[in-house]
Design a protein around this ligand. Structure first.
Ligand code: PEP
Ligand code: MG
Length: 549
C-alpha cells in the first residue's frame, strides 16, 4: 500500500481498479488469462520484443546515414534493453506465475524498473527512466496494434490515472464508468479540474509521480476530499473508505435538503446563487442543487468535444436547451474562451510560445470574426427564449470591450435585416480576469451592464502563477493581499457605477472564502453546481455583521 498526497480538486471518494492513460491513450487493465493460454501470451511477448528490435534497428540504420550522433546513441541504449534476456524473462515469468496478459506484464515490469531509476535523485538516472517508458510504449504498440482500446468504450468501473489530462479528454469521460481521476500534473483551477468538479467525478491532481507507482489494474482509492491517493490499499483501508464514502454521500443528501430554501444570511441579506456550467445538460444539476440561474456558461466546450466546428444551429440548440431549464431566470452565456489550454493549440501549425499570454479568449474571437459572429447570431436568436445575458471573457482594456460590442451591434443589424426577433435590450457584461481590467474597472463599468470577476485567471495573472502548473501551485493563492485588493477595487467600482457584480471563479466555490466575499460586498455568486448546497448552508449560518468585521 502506498499513499500519495496531491491537491484535492473535486470532492468525493472513488475506489476502483486503475486505468493508466498515457499520452497515447493506452489502457492496460489487469486482465487474467486461463492457464492453457500462458504459452500464447509468452509467445506474444517474444514477438513484441522481436518486432520492436526490428523496428529500432531500421531506425538506427537511417540515423547512421543522416544525423547520427545522439539519437543513434539513444537507439543503441534501447536496443541493449530489448536484447537483455533477463528483462524478457522477468516479463514472461510474470505471465506464467500471475496468469496476466502480455500487455499487463510488459507495462507492470517496465514501470517497476522505471520507478527504481526515478527514486535516485540524479539527472542521468531520471533519463534512464524516460528510456524505460519509451521502450514500454514501443512494446505496447507492438502488442496492442489494432487492438488498442479506447477509453470511450469502457465496460467496467475504473479510476483514471494519467500524467495529465486535457479538458477535452476529461469532458469526454463516461461518468457511468469513470469513478475518479488522479494526475501527476495540474492545479486546482486548471480547466481539467473544473470539468471534473462539474461532472462530480472525485479528483486529485499534482501527485507528481503517481503514474510511476501505479500499474494498470491496481486498486486505487481517490480521496477527493483530502487530496489523497492510495495505491493497492489493504482490506482494512478499503473497508474504512467504503464507510467514509457512505457517510459523505449521506451528508450530501442532507445538504440537498436545503435546496428549496433561500440563500439568506441570518440577519436577512439575500444572496443570489447561480451555477457555472460547461454543457447544457448540467443546467438540470444546477436546478437540482438549488441554483437560481446560470452565472457562467463556458460555451467553448461546444468546440472541445467534436471534430468539426459547431454550426450556428449547434450553438442555438445548446443555448435553447439550457434556457429551457431556467426560463425566467438569468442565463449568462459567455462567448467562447478558446486558446491557452483549450483547443486552439492542437489546431495550430506551430504552438504559441506562451499560450496563456497569447491569442486566447476575446482576442481569439476578435481575430476570428466569422466564428465570433456565428456565435453572437445564435445567442441573439436564443435571447427571446428567456432571460439571456451575454458576457465577454478576458477583456483587458476599453478598446476590446468597445470592439466586442461593435461586432455585437453589427450582428444585431444583420438580424434586423433578416427580420429575426431578438432581445434588443439584452444585457452585455464583461469578465474581469486581468489586473489591467481590475485597475481600470471604473472606466470599463461605463460600457458594461455587469461585471463578473473571474478569479481563476485574475489570480494567475496577478501573481504570475500558471493555474495549471503543479510546480508553482503553492504560490497560487486566492487570499493573497494583491488579489484581494484588486477584487475590492472591482466591487467598489461596480457599486459606484451601479452595475451588477458577480464572482464566478473557483474562489466562489471554496467555503473558506465565502464570508470574506460577502463582507467585501459580493451579493451574487456563481459556482460549480455540486458545491451549491454547502455554500448556501454557510450563507444561511452567518450574519453580515460578522462577515464585515
Ligand atoms: C476564471 O478565470 O475565473 C473563469 C471563471 O474563467 P475560466 O475558468 O473558464 O478561465
Ligand atoms: Mg477565465
Amino acid at each position: 500500500m502506498e499513499i500519495k498526497k496531491g491537491i484535492a480538486v473535486s470532492p468525493g471518494i472513488a475506489i476502483a481498479k486503475s486505468l493508466i492513460i498515457d499520452s497515447e491513450d493506452y489502457r492496460i487493465p489487469r486482465r487474467l488469462i486461463k492457464a492453457p493460454q500462458r504459452m500464447t501470451e509468452i509467445q506474444r511477448v517474444r514477438n513484441a520484443f522481436k518486432d520492436a528490435i526490428g523496428e529500432l534497428t531500421q531506425l538506427e540504420a537511417v540515423q547512421d546515414q543522416t544525423e547520427g550522433g545522439k539519437i543513434k546513441d539513444i537507439f543503441a541504449v534501447h536496443l541493449r534493453y530489448l536484447h537483455d534476456r533477463s528483462l524478457r524473462k522477468r516479463i514472461t515469468d510474470l505471465v506464467h506465475s500471475e496468469l496476466v496478459t502480455a500487455e499487463y506484464a510488459v507495462s507492470t515490469t517496465m514501470r517497476w524498473i522505471a520507478s527504481h531509476f526515478t527514486k535516485v535523485k540524479d539527472a542521468y538516472m531520471s533519463e534512464r527512466a524516460t528510456d524505460i517508458y519509451d521502450i514500454e510504449r514501443r512494446l505496447l504498440r507492438q502488442l496492442l496494434g489494432k487492438k488498442r482500446e479506447d477509453v470511450e468504450h469502457l465496460t467496467e468501473e475504473v479510476t483514471i490515472v494519467a500524467r495529465e489530462l486535457s479538458p477535452t479528454q476529461t469532458a469526454g469521460f463516461n461518468r457511468k464508468f469513470v469513478k475518479g481521476l488522479a494526475t501527476d500534473a495540474g492545479g486546482r483551477t486548471s480547466h481539467t479540474a473544473i470539468v471534473a468538479r462539474s461532472l462530480a467525478i472525485p479528483a486529485v491532481v499534482a501527485l507528481e509521480d503517481l503514474t510511476e507507482c501505479v500499474s494498470g489494474g491496481d486498486t486505487v482509492i481517490i480521496d477527493g476530499n483530502r487530496g489523497l491517493v492510495i495505491v493497492n490499499p489493504d482490506d482494512e483501508t478499503i473497508r474504512q473508505y467504503e464507510e467514509y464514502s457512505q457517510e459523505f454521500i449521506e451528508l450530501e443528501h442532507k445538504l440537498d435538503a436545503i435546496r428549496q430554501k433561500p440563500a439568506v444570511t441570518r440577519d436577512g441579506v439575500r444572496i443570489t446563487l447561480l451555477g457555472n456550467i460547461e454543457f447544457p445538460d448540467e443546467a438540470e444539476l444546477v436546478l437540482q442543487k438549488g441554483g437560481e440561474g446560470i452565472g457562467l456558461y463556458r460555451t467553448e466546450f461546444l468546440y472541445l468535444n467534436r471534430k468539426s466546428e459547431p454550426t450556428e444551429e449547434d450553438h442555438y440548440q445548446a443555448y435553447a436547451e439550457t434556457i429551457s431549464v431556467f426560463k425566467h431566470r438569468p442565463v449568462i452565456i459567455r462567448t467562447v474562451d478558446l486558446g491557452a489550454d483549450k483547443y486552439t493549440q492542437s489546431k495550430r501549425f506551430a504552438p504559441e510560445p506562451n499560450p496563456f499570454l497569447g491569442l486566447r479568449s476575446i482576442r481569439f474571437c476578435l481575430q476570428n470574426l466569422m466564428m465570433f459572429k456565428t456565435q453572437l447570431h445564435a445567442i441573439l436568436r436564443a435571447s427571446v427564449l428567456g432571460e439571456v445575458k451575454i458576457m465577454f471573457p478576458l477583456i483587458t482594456n476599453i478598446q476590446e470591450s468597445m470592439q466586442s460590442k461593435m461586432i455585437l451591434h453589427d450582428v444585431m443589424e444583420d438580424l434586423d435585416e433578416e427580420s429575426i426577433a431578438y432581445n434588443k435590450n439584452i444585457q452585455v457584461g464583461i469578465m474581469i480576469e486581468t489586473p489591467s481590467a481590475a485597475l481600470v474597472a471604473s472606466t470599463l463599468a461605463r460600457d458594461a451592464d455587469f461585471f463578473s470577476i473571474g478569479t481563476n485567471d485574475l489570480i494567475q495573472y496577478t501573481l504570475a502563477v500558471d493555474r495549471g502548473n503543479e510546480l508553482v501551485s503553492t504560490l497560487y493563492s486566492s487570499a493573497d493581499p494583491a488579489v484581494l485588493r484588486l477584487i475590492r477595487t472591482v466591487i467598489q467600482d461596480a457599486h459606484k457605477a451601479q452595475i451588477d457584480l458577480s464572482i464566478c471563479g473557483e474562489m466562489a466555490s471554496e467555503p473558506e472564502y465565502i464570508m470574506l466575499l460577502l463582507g467585501m460586498g459580493v451579493r451574487t455568486i456563481s459556482l460549480t453546481p455540486p458545491m451549491l448546497p454547502e455554500i448556501k448552508q454557510i450563507i444561511r449560518s452567518v450574519t453580515m455583521e460578522i462577515a464585515t468585521m
